[in-house]
Ligand binder design. Structure first.
Ligand code: ADP
Ligand code: ZN
Ligand code: ZN
Length: 818
């Protein structure tokens, strides 16, 4: 009998691929193990075993696999199910989910490298245009990967081109196969077993008396051993004995000491657990906890709607405690890595070393370690705190999922596929595990509130801040008036400046929020009106003062600020608008003796950058913190009594049906950073439009009104949660082709699906990274089958792909969250 294996390749191809295996392999292999397989001409991929069978594929001759890479499945059955759901729901391939889900270190990769042939005599005149481009690039670089060659010649398929160059002897090809993860090995020492015998030990010590340094080392070893029963790292022995590596090495050579390795994890926390420490919930928290438990017992996800600083975290702690008591794993999802450091210390306080962390700022090595610990159901990974990617971890025994700040849009992944929403995917994950799930927020998303109102989710609420602290006092500052009367200092109204001075005098801290980074988003010539634009994208370049650069926030393009206008040469350039950098700069002039920090994407690039800023602010090394939306989210600062919003208008005017909901959430959240202890906090919102209904609702903390108004609008204009939406974005470098392709696609969709289709339309930024973009929006009534509609869309995509002139046009799907 012949045996075959279906595998998932981590690439965007719809179907599974079949390989030939031996009987032994068939007996050994289980779904979820990794195998190395050949694919295409010279590629080697890590694929995931899906199923073993004995049906030879009809369409092609099955190749043999190269190698089985695991002894045990790396991915369990629940994960596979969840990933399949994700691929289906978010309209991507299972391979794309696998690529995103597995730490890249698990994806053994074959990268075809193209290198210059140093020995060749190249006649440049004999090279074609594309060939010359590749040849030229290789004069400056030692090797190029396939996709880099693609970028250089701006073509998708370059294998033929490379083969041509190989044939002409201009380049060489190298196949590289490497496993990226290398466990960190710590070297340990122990006394050789020979000296377990006491007589021999005595003899040794006598012999060593002449070699004082060596005997010192051996004595130190005994001393350390007496103190701890644990393995002794060489480094510790070196330090304790004052002996050098050379002395220790001499003892190892003499076989007095023995060296050995234990694989250790890079991230070890030595927090002390204080589980025994009792934490008492107040009556509101206790009541919410009870309601949540009732919801759980009915098998429902529960929405916890608790105002800022009501003590939601402590409620989660209780739920986690219960989960651990049942011997199950808990997952705590956060929208933003910036929040993890505060939460880690809070959870460690209760759960000590049982808390692990998983997010993208962790190195591939650290991520592999957390993966393995979760897979082994190890004690140190009983609780995982993580950003959205922690949904992919190999939980086998999940009992609870907490989704904190569930309204946050950063739970949505935009690129690459799978373009999933972690909150929604978490609800599905929890149901696959039969686990409980709680979604918490001070400003629930319209979707979750809708689910709660319809009884699909349970609903618990806390209306009071912990310790009966009052909700902050929020006022609007009309800067239109102030600007007209020339009463502004830079971007600060007199009211805001006075409040800052008073706060600082009291020895308290200030947070200032401006939702743009950099110094100024627009640099305009006052003579001819020319605005510095990104050459790759349809946006103006933002001026960054510290580096004296103009930067694109979409593609990263940057250039030095020019002294004169690039169009007319005039030397008078005007910087319009303002970002966090400019606010910081103005503060330095207005309050020269005050320490001002800044938290935005530009200041938080390093691995511990967030932690540094947050702890410096907590320790009051700074008096004022200026930041983008990063400062709005669940941070808990004890000494902040004033929050200023520099300008609320740009948020409100954003062209998106969620803009009002988001503004309400963001403003309420940032306001919630103020006055979290005894004293009532103060919030000032600067705006040109103080009568805007959302601003009114923020000042009166009127979530209900916000909800009903937004809900009504979405009913009127048919937006989620009243309908479902799928957005298709078409991308191409050729403007005319894009337009033609988009019309074709929209037309076909209308033919098949009827009228609820908007577009094609250009998005607000209609060109990014040299690609022109166009959107088509499909609205699907709630009562219509989502699965069938998606299948129809996919069928139309197949016909679209069959049109050869549209080959270069890429389609990107976003479902629900666009
Ligand atoms: P939220 O997440 O709802 O904004 P937090 O959980 O951060 O609120 O709680 C606000 C503050 O109140 C925190 O400093 C927290 O330590 C404190 N707190 C909340 N509940 C309790 C409790 N039951 N006992 C002691 N302190 C509490
Ligand atoms: Zn000009
Ligand atoms: Zn750009």
């Amino acid at each position: 009998m012949e045996y075959f294996l279906d595998v998932v390749l981590p690439i965007p191809l719809e179907r599974l691929f079949t390989y030939k295996i031996t009987q032994e392999e068939a007996d050994f292999l289980q779904p979820g193990m990794r195998v190395a397989v050949p694919f295409g001409k010279s590629k080697i991929y890590t694929a995931l075993a899906y199923q073993v069978h004995s049906n030879a594929p009809m369409a092609y001759e099955a190749k043999e696999i190269y190698q089985i890479l695991d002894e045990q499945p790396l991915v369990n059955a629940i994960q596979l199910k969840h990933w399949q759901w994700m691929a289906q729901y978010y309209m991507c391939t299972l391979g794309e989910v696998v690529r995103s889900a597995l730490p890249s270190a698990f994806l053994l990769e074959s990268e075809t490298l193209v290198m210059p042939n140093k020995d060749a005599q190249v006649d440049e005149m004999q090279l074609g245009d594309d060939e010359f481009l590749v040849y030229e690039a290789l004069q400056h670089q030692s090797a190029l990967k396939i996709f880099e060659v693609s970028d250089i010649v701006d073509k998708k398929n370059v294998l033929k081109l490379i083969n041509g160059l190989v044939h002409k002897g201009v380049v060489l090809q190298k196949e590289e196969l490497y496993e990226q993860y290398k466990p960190k090995l710590v070297r340990y020492v122990k006394l050789s077993e020979t000296y377990d015998d006491e007589a021999r030990l005595e003899q040794l010590l006598n012999e060593l008396t002449r070699a004082t340094k060596q005997s010192q080392v051996v004595l130190s070893l005994f001393q350390i051993q007496a103190k701890t029963k644990k393995p002794i790292p060489i480094a510790d022995l070196e330090k304790e004995s004052g002996g050098s590596r050379a002395v220790i090495k001499a003892l190892i050579d003499k076989e007095v000491l023995e060296e050995y390795h234990i694989q250790t994890d890079r991230v070890n926390f030595d927090g002390q657990s204080e589980e025994s420490q009792h934490m008492l919930l107040n009556e509101h928290q206790a009541k919410a906890l009870e309601t949540i438990q009732t919801g759980f017992s009915e098998g429902k996800p529960v929405l916890l709607h608790g105002v800022t600083s009501s003590g939601k975290t402590e409620v989660y702690v209780k739920l986690i405690q219960e989960c651990l008591e049942e011997g199950k794993q808990a997952l705590y999802l956060l929208p933003e890595i910036a929040l993890t450091s505060q939460l880690i210390s809070r959870l460690r306080h209760y759960f000590g070393h049982k808390v692990s962390v998983y997010h993208s700022k962790y190195s591939i090595h650290e991520r592999v370690e957390v993966w393995n610990n979760v897979m082994a159901n190890a004690e140190k990974a009983q609780i995982v705190i993580g950003a959205r990617s922690s949904l992919f971890l190999p939980f086998s025994n999940l009992g609870l999922v907490v989704v904190d700040e569930e309204h946050e849009s950063s739970f949505k992944q935009f690129d690459p596929a799978p373009r999933y929403h972690a909150r929604d995917a978490a609800v599905v994950l929890a149901s696959l595990h039969g686990a409980h799930i709680v979604l918490g927020s001070a400003t629930p998303s319209i979707e979750s509130m809708d689910n709660a109102k319809k009884g699909k989710y349970g609903y618990a609420s806390i209306q009071y801040r912990y310790g009966n602290v009052l909700m902050p006092d929020i006022s609007l500052v009309d800067i239109k008036e102030a600007t007209r009367k020339k009463r502004m200092k830079g971007h600060f109204s007199e009211v805001l400046l006075r409040a800052i001075s008073e706060t600082l005098e009291e020895g308290e801290q200030v947070i200032l929020f401006q939702n743009r980074r950099g110094f100024a988003p627009v640099v305009e010539c006052t003579t001819c009106g020319h605005v510095a634009q990104c050459p790759n994208c349809d946006v103006s370049l933002t001026y960054h003062q510290r580096r004296n650069q103009l930067r694109c926030h979409y593609c990263g393009y940057h250039m030095a600020l020019q002294q004169a206008c690039l169009a007319c040469g005039s030397g008078t350039l005007d910087k319009k608008g303002f970002g966090t950098e400019q606010i910081q700069e103005e503060l330095n002039h207005l309050f020269p003796d005050v320490a001002v920090g800044r938290m935005d994407l530009d200041t938080t690039r390093g691995k511990y950058a967030y932690e540094k800023i947050i702890s410096a602010f907590e320790n009051q090394e700074m008096d004022i913190l200026v930041g983008t939306q990063m400062v709005t989210k669940g941070l808990d600062f004890r000494n902040v009594s004033l929050v200023g919003i520099m300008n609320a208008d740009s948020m409100l005017n954003f062209p998106d049906y969620r803009a009002h909901e988001r503004s309400f959430q963001m403003l309420t959240q940032v306001a919630g950073r103020a006055g979290r202890t005894q004293k009532r906090g103060k919030v000032l919102i600067q705006t040109y439009n103080p009568y805007h209904q959302i601003l009114q609702q923020v000042t009166t903390n009127d979530y209900k009104k916000m909800f009903s108004e937004q809900y009504y609008e979405r009913e009127q204009f048919k937006y989620p949660p009243l309908v479902r939406i799928v957005k298709i974005t078409l991308k191409d470098r050729d403007f005319n082709k894009l337009n033609e392709a988009a019309s074709w696609l929209a037309g076909s969709l209308r033919n098949v699906l009827g009228q609820d289709i908007l577009g094609p339309e250009y998005p607000p930024v209609a060109r990014i990274r040299r690609d022109y973009l166009k959107n088509i929006l499909i609205k699907i009534p709630r009562q219509q089958s989502l699965v069938q509609t998606k299948n129809s869309i996919k069928r139309i995509e197949k016909s679209f792909n069959a049109i050869s002139k549209y080959k270069s046009v890429r389609l990107v799907y976003n479902v629900d969250h666009i």
